[in-house]
Design a protein around this ligand. Sequence first.
Ligand SMILES: [Cu+2]
Length: 301
Amino acid sequence: MMLRGKFASPALAVLALCAAVSAFAEEDPAPDASGWSQLNMTRGVTAMSRRIYDLHMLIFWVCVVIGIVVFGVMIWSIINFRKSKGAVPDVTLVHNTRVEFVWTVVPVIILIAMAVPAARTLVEIEDTTKTELTIKVTGFQWGWQYDYLDNGVIYYSHLDRQSDAARELLSGIDPASVPHYLLNVDHPFVVPADTKVRLLITGADVIHSWWVPDFGVKKDAIPGFVNEAWFKVDPDKTGLYRGQCAELCGRDHGFMPIVVDVRSKADFAAWLKEQAAAQKQAAAPPPPPAAAPVTAAASAS
Ligand SMILES: [Cu+2]
């Protein structure tokens, strides 16, 4: 009885602290783009990225509490039960069923408590139903291709020319003088805000990974496989968001950034219409030549 009381109270304290911390984690302050917060994950611009952030913080604080309790008990024991103070080992602690039961059950409870929110978030990440727009994303050495499947718009996105020139060996260009050095592209990936966008991600040569931290999306682009991901950017969060290939994909892995241009629904619709018309025109067969060649062809047959 005495032993159970002795060991159950720290365990209960851990659980109580975990519960308190989880309540605290849900009302996180506004993001701060400087200082210590830069060491942490971004809260992002989608409901899902914020859920991932909150889950990350919850698990982080659970780990902090466990760390403080475990190291606290350890250091306290080392100081108070040292040999020089005349401490005598407690032999009854060897193979004590009650103690072993407690130190097995408590971690199991903590693990289950963490698995529930983690599993819920994972299920939601994988939920690609009810999407409003589908875009195929293909990674290749070294760039990205975006294919708006239902609209006939398709284009490549490469490292911008300024970064590309500056990165050359002995280019003589100071990278600090290049805006968004190695994080800029020639043709950004244009998407609408406030729309559930589904990405079909694949690779054309080797494995790449499409990663935009602000969207909470990082998905491998594997040749022969189609991976799914989705995001829905907050209506008021239009603007540019940057990402990179997150899979070592060869020599120029560091030179295939991602820039996403999030526009309002109306702006996006206008852009898509314009692009579709331009690409249709470019793909159309050239206008029939003047009369003379037709006559020549006719006389030849
Ligand atoms: Cu890559």
